[in-house]
Every structure is written in structure tokens, then in C-alpha cells.
Write a protein that binds this ligand. Structure first.
Ligand code: SAH
Length: 220
């Protein structure tokens, strides 16, 4: 391994120790995936040296890749296992989808910006994760009814309210939806768990995401 790659590997290991394990991330499968997927491969050259810092980074088209802790937290809250089928809304760089794929999930992810979707496709192909991740272009705020029921649905953009279509596409046997809900400038991270016709909801705390734009989200 050359020196640069060794340094990057060290930075990633430190990120897992300090920012994830050092806070409240305990799920060993989430920690392993975060330690395995190279976040530096999902950001532009200009910000690559910041790839393992405790903050979101720009990914083009005015969008951002979330802070590592938030990706880990949302993944942990989703409570999914290897083999589970998961829907992600807001592919962005493809990093969150890569984390879910590294955990063995079968992922469908939807992005409204065709350019971002194409770049994400290339990254996942380069990392050999494209066999278990399908990237679609479109409005994910209405979900993907052709793939329901979903074991988990993770929304990586902020919605004004829990999108009704996503709720209904959850697996009735304990499927979970993780979605930031609130006004454009600050939200609560809401976790919805479905059991039959019962939907239990709780907030995991304050977060800040770019808006979900579409039928089940904000109008442009
Ligand atoms: N999960 C991403 C970060 C997502 S940022 C990552 O790991 O990099 C939020 C993304 O949601 C943006 O790329 C934005 O274009 C997308 N988005 C917003 N509204 C959407 C919608 N209705 N359907 C699909 N994607 C949407």
C-alpha cells in the first residue's frame, strides 16, 4: 500500500473511532461498513482532503453529502440486515447507498438530478458495489411502488411532513422509515415503525438537510 492510501485508511479508522464509536454508534455492522467504504471516493478532488472530517461536504448541483455521523446514525436507526431490500431517496454522491450495500442490503435509490445519479453510478461501479444497488432518476418523494413492501426506507433530504406514500410502502411487519421532517432550515429526524396498520413515530433529535423537492416534499 502506498503512503497516501495508508494515510487515508488511517483517517477513516480515526473517523470510526472518534466520530462514531466515540459518540453513540454501537451497531458493529454499521461501524464495519463505515470503516470499509472509502468516503474520499464520493467527493470532488477539491475537498477530498476533508473527506474524513466531522462535517457535510458539497457534491455539486447545490447538494451535500451528510456528515459521517449522520449517515451512521440514520443507518443504525433503519435497523436493517443483510439481504433486506431498502429504498433510499436522494442518492446524491451514492455514499449512503454504498454503506447500505456494504452491509449486504439490496438497495434501490432514487435521485432527481440525472447528473448526480450518473456520477454515483460510476463510483459504485468502480467500487464493485453496482450489483446490489439500482440507481433511478425521478421523484422519490412518492417512493417506488413497484418494489414495495420495503424493509427500510431512508430519506436523505428534508420533507415538510412524513410523505404518506412512503409510509404505505413499508413492510407491515416492522418496516422502518427514517426521514428528516420540518421547515427548510431545520428538522427533526423522524423514525416511523410500521406494524400492520399501526405506525409508531419518534424523533431522534434535530438535524439539517437539503429539501426534498417533489410531490411528497416541498414545491420547488
Ligand atoms: N445520500 C446522499 C446525500 C443526499 S443529499 C449521499 O450519501 O451523498 C439529498 C439529495 O436528495 C440531493 O442529491 C437531491 O438532489 C436529492 N433529492 C431531493 N429531492 C428529491 C426527490 N424528490 N427525489 C429524489 N431525489 C431528491
Amino acid at each position: 500500500m502506498d503512503e497516501a492510501r495508508e494515510r487515508i485508511g488511517d483517517a477513516r479508522a480515526r473517523m470510526v473511532t472518534d466520530q462514531l464509536r466515540g459518540r453513540d454508534i454501537t451497531n458493529p455492522r454499521v461501524l464495519a461498513a463505515m470503516g470499509a467504504v472509502p468516503r474520499d471516493a464520493f467527493v470532488d478532488d477539491a475537498v477530498r482532503i476533508h473527506a474524513y472530517e466531522d462535517r457535510p461536504l458539497p457534491i455539486g448541483a447545490g447538494q451535500t453529502i451528510s456528515q459521517p455521523y449522520i449517515v451512521a446514525r440514520m443507518t443504525e436507526l433503519l435497523g436493517v440486515h443483510a439481504g433486506d431490500r431498502v429504498l433510499e431517496i436522494g442518492t446524491g454522491s451514492g455514499y449512503q447507498a454504498a454503506i447500505l450495500a456494504a452491509m449486504g442490503c439490496v438497495v434501490t435509490t432514487i435521485e432527481r438530478h440525472a447528473g448526480l445519479a450518473e456520477e454515483a453510478r460510476e463510483r459504485l461501479r468502480d467500487l464493485g458495489l453496482d450489483r446490489t444497488v439500482e440507481i433511478r432518476v425521478g421523484d422519490g418523494s412518492v417512493g417506488a411502488s413497484d418494489g414495495e413492501p420495503w424493509r427500510g426506507i431512508l430519506v436523505a433530504a428534508a420533507a415538510p411532513a412524513v410523505p404518506a406514500a412512503l409510509r404505505m410502502q413499508l413492510d407491515p411487519d416492522g418496516g422502518r422509515l427514517v426521514v428528516p421532517v420540518g421547515p427548510r432550515d431545520h428538522q427533526d429526524l423522524i423514525v416511523v415503525t410500521r406494524n400492520g396498520t399501526e405506525f409508531r413515530e419518534h424523533s431522534d433529535g434535530p438535524v439539517s438537510f437539503v429539501p426534498l423537492i417533489g410531490e411528497g416534499g416541498f414545491r420547488d
